[in-house]
Design a protein around this ligand. Structure first.
Ligand code: KIV
Ligand code: ZN
Length: 514
């Protein structure tokens, strides 16, 4: 029996989150994030969209093989081929869910699907019926639900529940909903759809109007939904999805109002946020609720005074409850391989082979030679760099020298490999990073456009490593390259080459909503 006061957290960072331009992740990166989501104790992990590409399929399978505590889910369009592919990828999972969807709004049915409403109704039924052959745990989403006709929605949802759908998700696909309207619609649907109590109702909100979290909470409080779909850091298409850290902390901090229980271990929120940000290259804005660097910083004198007298004066949550801790030096130049391995384990980083541990340890030693203090964030960046390197390093950084002086044109000399062959190239530019990119391009001639460049100090302070994200675009494909180094120009060269490697690997992927 389902406890009516228990709220299910369904994380879709690896599926909807990955649909953000440039956020694509490798299989190993997805497995690392999935393990962190398991430590966070999310109830359901949507690990991907199995039919999108062989890479997605393999990643879901790998996650289904190692994660034991959370239910593993694959998205699938409402057709037999996609559903069979999802079922195959989920085979090793202890608990599995197939999430099938079909658009129900007049616009999507007419323009995108080119189907009549009656055909959509029939296809939705057949999809759920087919999925039931593979698992009892079936979620159905009427895509663009918030712009669909309510009478038609009632018919579709009644039919899929009758076919055995156990979760009914109500997506606000384009972020059009507003809280009261969204919550009231779910409440009415639950009232009108026969046997609505045989399914758990779920919310899935996009953030185009900045209302994803508010809409999700209204879906729960007004509509009676008992599952929230969300992503770490609110990652997702366009303006993103509901941020897991925000809904979870709202439900927990205001438990007096919501009166719901959650299975989440909130102390794992900040580590999850940092991991997702480092892997995807999507920096977290400093004033982001819960996980932003300033979320618990009190700059004004009055606030600081109040906090010192009693922290509740200005703090509604405790930083340590969401996993913030003071930066502490964890390892140094003299630390050995065992201490390094133990720290990796404490951080929840499980490298698969001894060879991988050795490679990461070699990078750690190299870093410790150049940087006096090594923090947890440095170790995470180092392992991230290792993951990026595994993407098949067609382009590989070797060394860099650079000169800039006030009044002079900056100049860079970069040594790097292309497919194993070494090149030394020179370039000038408006600044040292521009000169570096020009030097690389003088030989690589990739024609990639740099559309975003950001630098973030990993652990604060001038001795911090710089973490650089470079978003590159070529022929409609967008990727994020990430690089870290105590020298920010070197970090930039590494980020640019990591982006080029991603562009070089030809990943063909179907988009679920096209
Ligand atoms: O936004 C959306 O409609 C989706 C569905 C596939 C659930 O992501
Ligand atoms: Zn979505």
């Amino acid at each position: 029996m389902f406890d009516p006061n228990r709220l299910i957290i369904f994380d879709t960072t690896l599926r909807d989150g990955e649909q953000s331009p440039g956020a694509s992740m490798t299989k190993d990166e997805k497995v690392r994030i999935a393990r962190q989501l398991e430590r966070l104790r999310v109830d359901v992990i949507e690990a991907g969209f199995a039919a999108a590409s062989p890479g997605d399929f393999e990643a879901i399978r790998a996650i289904a093989s190692v994660v034991r505590e959370s239910t593993i889910c694959s998205l699938s369009r409402a057709n037999d081929r996609d559903i069979a592919r999802a079922a195959e990828a989920l085979m090793p999972a202890e608990r599995k869910r197939i999430h099938t969807f079909l658009a129900t709004s007049p616009l999507h049915m007419k323009v995108k699907l080119r189907m009549e409403p009656e055909q959509v109704l029939e296809q939705a039924k057949l999809a759920v019926r087919f999925a039931r052959n593979h698992t009892d745990d079936i979620e159905f989403s009427p895509e663009d639900g918030s712009r669909s006709d309510e009478d038609f929605l009632c018919r579709v949802l009644e039919a899929v529940i009758a076919e055995g759908a156990t979760t009914i998700n109500f997506p606000d696909t384009v972020g059009y909903a507003t809280p009261e309207v969204y919550g009231e619609t779910i409440r009415r649907l639950r009232e009108r759809v026969p046997n609505s109590d045989k399914a758990i109702w779920s919310v899935h909100c996009h953030n185009d109007l900045g209302l994803a979290v508010a809409n999700s909470l209204a879906g729960v409080a007004i509509g009676g939904a008992r599952q929230i779909e969300c992503t770490i850091n609110g990652l997702g298409e366009r303006a993103g999805n509901t941020a897991l850290e925000e809904v979870v902390m709202a439900l927990r901090t205001r438990a007096d109002y919501y009166k719901l229980t959650l299975g989440i271990d909130t102390t794992q929120i900040v580590p999850a946020s940092k991991m997702v940000s480092q892997i995807t290259g999507f920096a977290v804005q400093p004033n982001k609720a819960v996980v932003g660097a300033n979320a618990f910083a009190h700059a004004s004198g009055i606030h600081q005074d109040g906090i010192l007298k009693a922290r509740e004066t200005y703090e509604i949550m405790r930083a340590e409850d969401v996993g913030w801790h003071a930066n502490k030096i964890v390892l140094g130049k003299l630390s050995g391989r065992n201490a390094f391995k133990a720290r990796l384990q404490e951080l929840g980083i499980e490298l698969e082979s001894e060879a991988e541990v050795n490679a990461a340890f070699a990078r750690f030693k190299e870093l410790a030679d150049r940087k006096s203090e090594i923090f947890d964030e440095d170790i995470m960046a180092l392992v991230s760099a290792e993951d990026h390197a595994q993407e098949g390093e067609y382009f590989r950084f070797v060394s860099l020298s650079q000169r800039s002086e006030t009044g002079e044109l900056p100049h860079a000399r970069v040594v790097f490999q292309i497919d194993g062959k070494e090149f030394a190239c020179e370039g000038s530019g408006d600044g040292p990073v521009d000169a570096t990119v020009n030097a690389i391009e003088s030989e690589a001639k990739t024609g990639a456009d740099l559309i975003l460049f950001s630098i973030n100090a990993i652990s604060g302070g001038t001795q911090s490593q710089g973490e650089v994200t470079m978003r590159l675009s070529r022929q409609g494909r967008i990727v994020n390259g990430v690089g870290a180094d105590p020298d920010i120009v070197v970090a930039s060269a590494k980020a640019y080459l990591s982006g080029l490697n991603k562009l070089h690997s030809k990943v063909e992927k179907a988009h679920p909503q096209l």
